[in-house]
Design a protein around this ligand. Structure first.
Ligand code: NAD
Length: 264
């Protein structure tokens, strides 16, 4: 088994590689699926939103890319295992896993209910854990020096009212990423996290349009780049970490945030 990933003069090139992307029906996950496919990867898209998933697959295949839909809930480990098995059927390898599916939750510490905490940990932490576990198992079985990318958040860097459950789950994702990097590194598997700032996606656009406009205006004011972040900005970071362009990086947390750190 080689511990060195195949290198090429085009380090973002992913032809011949297979990727699993969770949360691929919308937002950052959809943008990631599109970008990985444009780089040449066959993309296995997983999400609980079946209609959104079909749209993503249509978008990828419409551009001439390769995509397959896996309708599943990331809290269902057996379903994740089946998706990985399908992606590696006929002796193929899983080269990339991007664990992006996640949900938002806000409540003060005083008002946090146990069921809210359980739900957010189940999706935002255990869903990522199980995706990582199934990806590492497949990469190890085939001797593939793969790349795993997890989705944290700028919320791990600061406290903000109402974000206990969300930021605690994302902090657990960072710790998972760093721990797994130490365990899987000797197998040639890299594990890195992305911690975006405020990004315009369906997750952040489910608000009153006036509040939304105010939030976006504040983000533009605060960013040295004078614009809001788009899903594609984060997808580019995932592509970097998924590809040989980041061949000597593992256990890292990258922050596509337009220069705006939380709290804002
Ligand atoms: P989004 O709501 O636009 O998309 C999330 C996708 O995940 C959806 O397609 C949804 O169906 C899917 N999903 C949710 N729960 C699932 C489950 N249990 N099983 C399978 N699929 C599930 O959100 P987004 O803004 O694109 O966020 C993607 C990731 O990035 C999340 O983990 C989020 O926490 C993180 N993030 C987002 C921002 C932001 O500002 N948008 C900032 C930092 C981190």
């Amino acid at each position: 088994m080689s511990l060195t990933p195949s290198t090429s003069s085009a380090p973002y090139e992913l032809h011949g590689r297979t990727a699993l992307v969770t949360g691929a029906a919308a937002g950052i996950g959809r943008a990631t699926a599109l970008l990985l496919a444009r780089a040449g990867a066959a993309v296995h898209c997983a999400d609980r939103d079946t209609a959104g998933l079909a749209e993503t697959v249509d978008l990828v295949t419409g551009e001439g890319g390769k995509a397959h839909a896996h309708p599943l809930d990331v809290t269902d480990r057996a379903a994740l295992r089946a998706a990985v098995a399908a992606a590696t059927a006929d002796g193929g390898t899983l080269d990339i896993a991007a664990a992006i599916a996640g949900i938002m939750h806000t409540s003060s510490v005083a008002e946090t209910r146990e069921e809210d905490l359980d739900r957010i940990l189940a999706v935002n932490f255990k869903g990522v854990l199980h995706t990582c576990q199934e990806a590492v198992a497949a990469m190890t079985a085939s001797g593939t020096p793969g790349s795993i990318v997890t989705m944290a958040s700028g919320a791990v860097d600061a406290a903000q009212p109402g974000l206990l459950c969300y930021s605690a789950a994302k902090a657990a994702v960072v710790q998972l990423t760093k721990t797994l990097a130490t365990e899987a590194g000797p197998l040639g598997i890299r594990v890195n996290a992305v911690a975006p700032g405020w990004i315009r996606t369906p997750m952040t656009s489910r608000h009153d349009p006036r509040t939304q406009a105010q939030t976006e205006a504040a983000m533009v004011r605060m960013s040295p780049l004078r614009r809001v972040g788009e899903a594609e900005d984060v997808a580019r970071t995932v592509l970097f970490l998924a590809s040989d362009a980041s061949s000597f990086m593992t256990g890292q947390v990258l922050r596509p945030n337009g220069g705006v750190a939380m709290p804002w």
